[in-house]
Write a protein that binds this ligand. Structure first.
Ligand SMILES: NC(=O)c1ccc[n+]([C@@H]2O[C@H](COP(=O)([O-])OP(=O)(O)OC[C@H]3O[C@@H](n4cnc5c(N)ncnc54)[C@H](O)[C@@H]3O)[C@@H](O)[C@H]2O)c1
Ligand SMILES: *[C@@H]1O[C@H](CO)[C@@H](O)[C@H](O)[C@H]1NC(C)=O
Ligand SMILES: *[C@@H]1O[C@H](CO)[C@@H](O)[C@H](O)[C@H]1NC(C)=O
Length: 433
């Protein structure tokens, strides 16, 4: 990974102490004028660099495949942006590194933390798994609330170490991942890169950080896999994943166990159940159904082999955010130091769902009413490519220990999503997909 350790300008130009002595024959006021001139140029360059907004100046790297990407980071201006974003503004505030901050959940969590006065620094690689311009728009939103997103990869340990050198994070909210179930057929290695290698690289740096942060991270309801006993409880078996995505999330839970056991890291895994809402993910059904219904395109509605309904426990983003913040606020400190465990540390896993599975056909009916357009339904058999027929969360553990209580039903939540969708994709914005 390439990075800049200097201000990206012409560093040779401001040898301020030297030049007056080298040119000793120059009169005093001339060298002062020179000094003033170069100081001015230097300051101007710093200011230009500092205020250069990545959203108004998208990098051409966007069109590259993620494996070819390199990122620019480092330098005094960059460090000062990092520090300023991570500065705590309230009493008892926490300092949080949010990975995947330009993502759907990451954006909402970052804004909530920042609004209550916590220090927040984002990290995201802006990959093109789905339209990166949506990630850039979320980034612009975060910038307006004062959250800076460092552009880089969680599998880049040099970058992660640098971030921990600059800021002593008390907490990490780890949301960066390769999400999506069906994409694993196309690009399996992206799941290994982000969900396995990236997770390990993050935990390695957290383990060695002084102090070690407490980590809250996103697992997934998909770990329940072929489990048919509902509702899904944290005590149920999770050894039958139905997709590579699910397998990497399950592996993440086991990796979390070892880092907790060996290094004393405080770790909380949150199993999200189908999260939806404004600024959501274009690869998810509620999102592309909305797009395709509006376009008059037919939408696939899956049913099980024996004409059974496919249902999801849809969870509204605001409820998920409350769960994430509650997990951060109840996280105990990690117990290790210098990479060595000093005593037992907290290890938790919670379902964050809504407890009311809705058949996908009902989701479509709600969207038809909200959009005032009839959908063209194409009823098809659920392909065996990773999707499970239904999900249903038992949330009693999160309720008890986190005070988690989802309060938005699908109708109310979709109304807010549709309102956002229509305003985002009208008004000069390009059409989705
Ligand atoms: N949205 C859901 O319904 C849902 C359900 C279950 C679990 N989850 C999990 O929640 C987390 C957040 O999901 P989301 O819906 O916000 O997805 P998202 O794709 O919108 O957000 C993930 C972000 O992480 C970034 N990222 C991916 N790999 C990275 C890497 N190697 N380095 C740096 N950044 C990287 C992406 O660019 C993206 O912005 C993920 O771990 C996901 O697996 C989401
Ligand atoms: C992750 O980074 C390491 C170097 O830190 C590299 O050797 C490895 O290939 C990377 N893994 C993936 C899956 O990208
Ligand atoms: C309906 O779905 C099937 C199977 O996915 C597909 O082959 C067919 O083209 C679809 N029909 C329409 C009208 O989109």
């Amino acid at each position: 990974m390439s990075h800049l350790d200097n201000v990206p300008s012409t560093p040779g130009k401001f040898k301020m102490e030297k030049s007056p002595h080298i040119h000793s024959r120059l009169r005093w006021h001339s060298s002062t004028a020179k000094l003033t001139f170069w100081s001015f140029i230097f300051l101007a360059l710093i200011l230009i660099f500092f205020f250069r907004s990545p959203s108004s100046n998208p990098l051409p790297q966007d069109s590259f495949r993620r494996s070819l990407r390199t990122y620019n980071w480092g330098g005094p201006a960059w460090e000062s942006q990092v520090r300023s974003s991570a500065r705590v503004r309230s009493r008892n505030g926490i300092t949080v590194l949010v990975t995947g901050a330009a993502g759907f959940v990451g954006t909402h969590v970052s804004i909530s933390l920042r609004k209550r006065g916590d220090g927040v620094l984002g990290l995201d690689n802006f990959n093109d798994y789905y339209d990166p311009s949506l990630k850039r728009a979320r980034q612009a939103l975060l910038e307006r609330t004062g959250v800076f997103i460092v552009e880089g990869d969680i599998n880049d340990s040099a970058l992660l170490s640098k971030l921990f050198d600059v800021v002593p994070f008390t907490h990490v909210m780890h949301l960066a991942a390769q999400a999506g179930v069906r994409y694993a057929m196309e690009n399996p290695s992206s799941y290994v890169h982000s969900n396995i290698a990236g997770l390990v690289s993050l935990l390695e740096v957290c383990k060695s950080a002084n102090p070690q942060p407490a980590i809250v991270w996103a697992s997934s309801s998909s770990v329940y896999g072929l489990n048919t006993k509902v509702p899904f409880s944290e005590r149920d078996r999770t050894d039958q994943p139905a997709s590579l995505y699910a397998a990497t999330k399950k592996a993440g839970e086991e990796i979390a166990h070892t880092y907790n056991h060996i290094h004393g890291l405080s770790l909380t895994g949150l199993r999200f159940f189908t999260v939806y809402g404004p600024w959501g993910r274009p690869d998810m059904a509620y999102f592309f159904f909305t797009r395709d219904i509006l376009k008059g395109k037919s939408i696939p509605i899956f049913e099980t082999a024996n004409h059974g309904t496919v249902a999801r426990d849809f969870t509204y983003i605001d409820d998920i955010v409350k769960g994430c913040l509650a997990a951060l606020d109840t996280a105990e400190k990690s117990t290790g130091s210098g990479g060595k465990k000093k005593g037992p540390a907290q290890l938790r896993v919670y379902n964050l769902g809504n407890t009311s599975p809705v058949p996908v056909s009902d989701l479509v009916s709600i969207l038809e009413r909200l959009l005032k357009v009839n959908a063209k339904r194409n009823i098809t058999k659920l392909p065996r490519n990773g999707d499970v027929p239904f999900t249903h969360a038992d949330i009693s553990l999160a309720q008890r220990e986190l005070g988690y209580k989802p309060s938005t039903d699908l109708q109310t939540g979709l109304k807010k999503f549709v309102k956002w969708y229509l305003s985002y994709y009208s008004g000069g914005k390009k059409a989705a997909g």
